[in-house]
Design a protein around this ligand. Structure first.
Ligand SMILES: [Zn+2]
Length: 147
């Protein structure tokens, strides 16, 4: 059991919090969703100890509800759990910008980061990257005004 528990990665823990941040969920629903997100579906022997651990830390609550004639446990984040989730998200997005930083392009008009897609346009012989068509328009209007 202990060995199995060690296979639970921080990523799984992070996704569990994110999934519960969206909406309260049943254990089996969490397992299926985690499988989708991480590509590796955790077993009941992994997810329940993880949830118990999060509950012990006061991040998650567990309520038993009756669905039909079946008892089901629904897990939800506590206010503390939501705070933790928000903190992890901030750290995670910092990490993402560190990793992607050199590959990120900035919109030539508003300066926002363009991760993918974006709008490329050739203006006065230079290919510029914008986050959207509107920024490209605004940019062209601006240089027209400057001249
Ligand atoms: Zn822009």
């Amino acid at each position: 059991m202990v060995g199995e528990r060690e296979h639970i990665t921080n990523l799984t823990k992070f996704y569990t919090l994110l999934l519960l941040n969206e909406t309260p969920r049943h254990g089996y629903e969490l397992m299926a969703k985690l499988g989708e997100k991480t590509g590796k579906k955790p077993s009941a022997g992994q997810i329940y100890p993880l949830l118990r651990n999060l509950k012990k830390k006061g991040l998650v609550t567990c309520q038993t509800t009756m669905i039909g004639d079946k008892k089901k446990k629904v897990y939800a984040l506590t206010p503390e759990g939501r705070k933790t989730c928000a903190m992890i998200m901030t750290r995670f997005s910092d990490l993402v910008s560190i990793v992607l930083g050199p590959r990120l392009t900035k919109c030539a008009h508003c300066g926002c980061k363009v991760y993918e897609g974006g709008h490329r346009e050739r203006i006065e012989g230079k290919t510029l990257m914008f986050c959207c068509v509107h920024c490209a328009h605004a940019y062209k209007n601006t240089i027209r005004v400057i001249r």
